[in-house]
Design a protein around this ligand. Structure first.
Ligand SMILES: [Zn+2]
Ligand SMILES: [Zn+2]
Length: 605
């Protein structure tokens, strides 16, 4: 099998470039036509060009900006006079397939930047691209009569581009700059074989069915309102029920693990944000307000409140580690374009904790947090992976303490039996961190919680404790969130469970359906009993057929449906449909209550 590209010194090159540079193919890593990360990068980028060529053939006036490979496939930004909608994607796809079948060689040649400026003199988008290229020479790729400015690498021939799909059309500002014109952006995906493409399409369709915005609306969990403003979720009764169950379970779990609840204010003087460095480094993401001519920042993070708690009295090594936690409401400015249901909002609540400790306690603390993470993720059937980010070029703190902290994180992960990736140089300037990525039921990965070691804030706020030798020493601060935020985590959970929540957090856990009016008292009695146990139930006694009422309950994805009739009252039993276990059975009242207790105990944190 012929390779489609090679990789040398970390750079992927197409075969033509390799040949022109006299690179001995045997000395380089060969990239074959398969679904490897490197091959997909080349295939997807080449498919972006194929798409551009197809668009050019369909829309003569089309002009193209850039077409990079992104996490999920590729896109190309361009402009045409007509408005392009989802319906046009099929037509473009068809044209792409037709061009691919022409088996055009993809050829590269170089010209000077001046020549390129001249060559594309009637194309203002290409001029914009050229402005950002520092090199004197640029490369042009040619396939048939279509030419595009590009760095490559590309597959050698269009015949390789068979398994692709255009997924979405959107608007995008030129270079992401809101003051510039709006271009059209088409997203697509490509693979090296039919099966991988088919699996991907199935996953996308499944993801659409599970879309938390759609389910959130159908299940009456939350809403957004233009009147209120974008990115500001409004929790409806059922969503608030779910959320408060999650909150109270997690509250107890924190208490059991030695965390102390604390609470900081919503707005803090700007001087304090200057002291912390947020004002200098994070200002664009913050909101501000003025009270009696004094500027205040609305908190985008909860750290400063917790620092104040730490500083409220003299601390001794005997108290450490100190673990403070808060369901901290934060506000961050996000551009309207990136807002996305509960996943990207402007106001959210973090399950935030700050642990103040001695440097030699970092490892044990991280081990404890990892154990906490595991309990939570297992309760929700999430698998997850971890990644450590190490010292970036710009950083504060001595090399020695960085190394110590990074090793502590690595040791904790290893001891915990976790496989983990390393993002070299990807840490925050103030310390190394661990990111927790969860995988949902349909294989998508989501970044949620993080554990961050911080040397910066303790220094800026002159935190101290008295050590064993009666000297003053600086503690380390660990920022830690496990869910990340309730909004995001619940959004992910809705999609993960497709709305079929585990019993212990389901907004409505049981629905009673009395067959006749005379059966309602019994249902009411049971409902009160359940409420005492913290279990939410509803009674469906509408004047509708039994079947219809069962159907409504099913649609609400309620875990248990209990039907009550004469026979049930006489025998003190219930006819149960267990939608999670997909079984039906009759059960007496006492065992029903036992069953509920059993289901509540499925939570492991
Ligand atoms: Zn290209
Ligand atoms: Zn923090």
């Amino acid at each position: 099998m012929e390779p489609i590209a090679i990789k040398i010194d970390g750079e992927i090159l197409d075969l033509q470039t390799a040949k022109e540079k006299n690179i001995d193919l045997d000395s380089a890593k060969k990239i074959y036509f398969e679904n490897s990360k490197e091959a997909l990068e080349v295939i997807r980028h080449s498919t972006a060009h194929l798409m551009a060529q197809a668009i050019k053939e369909l829309y003569k006036d089309a002009k193209f900006f850039v077409g990079p490979v992104v996490e999920e496939g590729f896109y190309y930004d361009f402009k045409v006079d007509e408005k392009i909608s989802e319906d046009d994607l099929k037509r473009i796809e068809k044209k792409m397939a037709e061009i691919a079948k022409r088996k055009l060689d993809i050829q590269r040649y170089e010209i000077s930047k001046e020549e390129a400026i001249e060559k594309f003199k009637n194309d203002e988008l290409k001029q914009e691209v050229l402005k950002h290229i520092p090199d004197d020479r640029v490369s042009i790729y040619k396939q048939g009569d279509f030419e595009d400015l590009c760095r490559g690498p590309h597959v050698p021939n269009t015949k390789y581009l068979k398994f692709f799909k255009l997924t979405k059309v959107a608007g995008a500002y030129l270079g992401g700059d809101e003051s510039k014109e709006m271009l059209t952006r088409i997203y697509g995906i490509a693979f090296a074989d039919k099966k991988a493409l088919k699996d991907y399409i199935t996953m996308i369709e499944e993801a659409k069915k599970r879309d938390h915005r759609k389910l959130g609306n159908e299940l009456e969990l939350f809403m957004f309102s233009e009147e209120v403003g974008g990115g500001l979720p409004i929790w409806l009764p059922k969503g608030a029920r779910l959320r408060s169950k999650l909150e109270s379970l997690l509250f107890k779990a924190h208490r059991k693990r030695g965390y102390e609840p604390v609470r900081g204010p919503e707005i803090l003087k700007s001087d304090l944000w200057k002291k912390s460095g947020h004002y200098q480094n994070y200002k664009e993401n913050m909101y501000f307000t003025t009270v009696e001519e004094q500027e205040y920042g609305i908190k985008p993070m909860n750290c400063l409140g917790h620092i104040m708690v730490y500083k409220s009295k003299k601390r001794s090594y005997k108290e450490l580690p100190l673990k403070f936690f808060e369901y901290g409401v934060v506000h961050r400015h996000e551009k309207s374009g990136v807002l996305h249901g509960l996943l990207r909002v402007r106001e959210f609540t973090q399950d935030d904790a700050h642990i103040f400790c001695m440097p030699n306690q970092i490892k044990d603390i991280v081990l404890e947090v990892l154990d906490f993470v595991d309990d939570i993720m297992k309760s929700f059937d999430f698998t997850y992976e971890m990644e450590i980010s190490t010292k970036p070029q710009k950083s504060i703190g001595s090399d020695e303490i960085w190394e110590k902290a990074t090793n502590a994180l690595k040791e904790a992960l290893t001891e915990n039996g976790q496989q983990f990736g390393i993002d070299e140089g990807g840490g925050a300037f103030y310390g190394p961190k661990i990111d927790i990525k969860i995988t949902d039921a349909i294989g998508r990965k989501w970044q949620c919680g993080t554990i961050q070691v911080d040397f910066n804030l303790p220094e800026r706020f002159e935190l101290s404790f008295i050590n064993e030798n009666n000297e003053s020493e600086q503690p380390v601060m660990i920022h830690r969130a496990i869910l990340g935020s309730f909004e995001r985590f619940i959004g992910i959970m809705i999609e993960h469970f497709a709305g079929e929540f585990p019993f212990f957090i389901a907004p409505t856990q049981v629905i009673f359906i009395p067959i006749a009016k005379t059966h309602k008292d019994y249902a009411n009695k049971l409902r009160e009993k359940l409420l005492d146990m913290g279990v939410d139930s509803e009674i469906y006694d509408k004047n509708e057929s039994l079947n219809k009422r069962v159907r409504i309950a099913e649609k609400q994805k309620v875990p248990l449906i209990a039907i009550i009739g004469d026979k049930e009252i006489e025998q003190k039993t219930l006819a149960i449909r267990d939608r999670r276990e997909k079984i039906q059975y009759n059960i007496d009242e006492k065992n029903f209550i036992e069953k509920i207790k059993e289901k509540l105990s499925e939570v492991r944190f």
